[in-house]
Design a protein around this ligand. Sequence first.
Ligand code: ATP
Ligand code: SF4
Ligand code: MG
Length: 331
Amino acid sequence: MATGLSATTPLVEARGLTKRFAPPARLTDMFRKERPHTHAVNKVDLTISRGESIGLLGESGCGKTTTGRLLLKLIEPSAGDILFDGTAVAGLAGPSLIDFRKRAQLVFQNPFDALNPRFTIERALAEPLVNTGVERATHRDRVEKALSQVRLPPLARFEGLFPHQLSGGQLQRIVLARALVLEPDFIVADEPVSMLDVSVRAGVLNVMREVRASLGLAALYISHDLALVRYVCSRTLVMYLGRIVEEGPTEDLLKSPLHPYTRALMKAVPVPRVDQSRDPLPIIGNVSDARGQPKGCSFRDRCPLAIARCADDEPALRSVAPGRRVACHLV
Ligand SMILES: Nc1ncnc2c1ncn2[C@@H]1O[C@H](COP(=O)(O)OP(=O)(O)OP(=O)(O)O)[C@@H](O)[C@H]1O
Ligand code: SF4
Ligand SMILES: [Mg+2]
């Protein structure tokens, strides 16, 4: 796989990324011609530069995890392209796919999904190195280095220990170290601290922020927590029903949200607003159904500002200021 094409090539680039899921087959559906698919991710364009930390924000079911899994080639898109360091991910196979697997890593939400409860911590940390054929003589050094990067004690302290013998905060650091042993360029952290007590979240987030900055790692933080995104991400994408509805530098976006959905999300975050006319908006009802592909704006059923045009005409994600893009007819 080609690497480091140029400093200006984005590390990760998605164009028109789309993922549709077929509905589960039911006997009662057998005679119906069309069963609506779920449009989990719908024509998403995004870029992530080397060393950049991006937040992907949105309510449950809006397509965040699916986007992360697509970018890591853990699932295949229904349409669209992903380029990693200038190379199409779709065509990767054999050694180039193994190389990609080393360079792009997932940090799980739940440590127990990432760590086999029957494996010792030592074995769990070495497992990615074994699976990707990294020279065995380097394993110990790489594991020790990753443990110190996440500010955990040396491996000897974990000898013979299993995941259930560690605290939640320690386990989440082990999960991060397990991603770092492969010395990746890009991590997707899917709700990385949502399973932890509030008291240990800050410690783990600090470590993630430090590690990312010191290693120059690019990261996509998936979250529904605005405070987390604000703390760790320089740029934020807001997603609604599979579409990116707003994008911008995190502080600008929080202080001056433009899309009605982002403005509704802002209720949760006490930040001084630059423009008081853009105070948080009410939001109507629950997340709409992602099945089928309705015309018009995906947010129109819940939008307090919707106009007639919103029912027929899908708003494009347009540039409205340097670094800021919004998909709304009124902005
Ligand atoms: N394997 C699958 N089969 C069918 N539908 C799926 C599958 N994975 C996700 N979906 C659907 O796709 C949509 C997006 O799901 P996704 O898990 O990406 O959302 P999310 O934003 O990560 O939500 P959460 O915040 O709850 O984790 C949802 O409607 C979900 O039910
Ligand atoms: S396009 Fe219309 S429905 Fe969609 S967010 Fe803007 S005003 Fe609301
Ligand atoms: Mg998710």
